[in-house]
Design a protein around this ligand. Structure first.
Ligand SMILES: NC(=O)c1ccc[n+]([C@@H]2O[C@H](COP(=O)([O-])OP(=O)(O)OC[C@H]3O[C@@H](n4cnc5c(N)ncnc54)[C@H](O)[C@@H]3O)[C@@H](O)[C@H]2O)c1
Length: 334
């Protein structure tokens, strides 16, 4: 059993990671400023796990609260960040301050506290547009958005903390996390999400807005973008395996995806199969910062940890629909 600090643990991915860690018997401290996360997520995680994480309501850069929270911690899982590509295109400075500036302060606090093990939430957004082939971790980093740039900066800072301070770090480049816990009690609030599946399913709720398909003229088989979706349950397990893979002096970088891309139209077909209803959708122009395809080559993480993503597209959509139907207004007002 370890004591683990999860930053951003009240958010979508963080709440699933915290649940997985509690179920494995770890002691968990969550640090979150609730700028996007929701306290009810942690209440429900505690119900599902049968015990609670300790909650510290704080910004990453608030040293008065961060330093005591780091006491006795064996490793950090750092998920706290702003994450919306379109918002980062509109206001890059918010992303620089939160995802890089606050992270610098937090890393310094970790070093002072002697906590030198970290699993970092990175993203496929660190890569630029790619040819047809699945993307390996050795592909050049050329983020197309300020958001992607901040994620790449975080990785590079960790590289140097490992090289010069002997830290152990794993950066997980998530592709497109989808779905919810099988209970339907925790999930991704659609009102906060720019992601395809929450938006598509929200369009099926009473008063839901039709979905816009951003671009139907991409160089892909059906003209819509291709993405590599990964079940949120798989992602929870990936963090646990990443903790085991931490090695002093090494910053390891892994793609976390399935390697099996699906187009936007295929996702809409899965929504129809799962819900029995067609998602109201209309075609629109391409969106700033998007690319035609992004598929992971997941083999490096598999070789290092044995990780294989289990959840298929229908399972992802099914769990997301269970959550959406049971929580049409997400967790409600903060
Ligand atoms: N969801 C995705 O599609 C996706 C894809 C790739 C990578 N990621 C990364 O995964 C991580 C988690 O994403 P998510 O989808 O759960 O997002 P989320 O917005 O649901 O969760 C992020 C959490 O971090 C908290 N937070 C943000 N800034 C903070 C700060 N300065 N101090 C303290 N808490 C802060 C928010 O309140 C929220 O609870 C992020 O780092 C994101 O960049 C997400």
């Amino acid at each position: 059993m370890a004591r683990l600090l999860v930053t951003g643990g009240a958010g979508y991915i963080g709440s699933h990671v915290v649940l997985d860690l509690l179920l494995q018997g770890h002691e968990v401290v969550v640090l979150d400023d609730l700028s996007a996360g929701h306290p009810l997520a942690l209440v429900r995680v505690a119900e599902l796990a049968g015990r609670a994480a300790r909650f510290v309501h704080a910004d990453l850069a608030d040293l008065g609260r961060v330093v005591p929270a780091l006491e006795g911690v064996d490793a950090v899982l750092h998920l706290a960040a702003k994450k919306a590509v379109p918002e980062s295109m509109a206001a890059p400075e918010l992303y620089f301050r939160n995802n890089v500036g606050a992270l610098c302060t937090f890393l310094e606090a970790m070093e002072h506290a002697g906590v030198r093990r970290i699993v970092y939430s990175s993203s496929a957004a660190v890569y630029g547009p790619q040819p047809d082939a699945p993307i390996t971790e050795d592909a050049a980093l050329s983020p197309e958005s300020p958001y992607g740039l901040t994620k790449a900066h975080g990785e590079q800072m960790l590289h140097w903390m490992c090289a010069r301070r002997g830290w152990a770090a794993v950066s997980l480049r998530y592709f497109n996390p989808v779905g919810a816990h099988t209970s339907g009690r925790i999930g991704q609030p659609h009102e906060d999400a720019a992601a395809l599946v929450p938006r598509a399913l929200a369009a099926l709720l009473p008063g839901g807005r039709a979905l816009t398909v951003f671009g139907t003229d991409w160089p892909t088989p059906d003209g819509t973008c291709l993405r590599d979706f990964i079940h949120i349950d798989d992602l929870g397990r990936a963090h646990r395996l990443a903790l085991d893979a931490l090695t002093p002096g090494v910053h390891a970088v892994y793609n976390v995806g399935t390697g099996r891309p699906h187009s936007v139209r295929e996702v809409l077909s899965a929504c129809l199969r799962v819900t029995g209803r067609a998602v109201p959708a209309h075609d629109g122009p391409r969106r700033d910062g998007d690319m035609a395809r992004a598929t992971a080559d997941p083999s490096r993480f598999r070789e290092a940890t044995g990780f294989v993503a289990a959840g298929g597209l229908d399972a992802m959509v099914e769990s997301a629909w269970r959550w959406t139907e049971a929580n049409p207004r997400g967790y409600g007002p903060r």
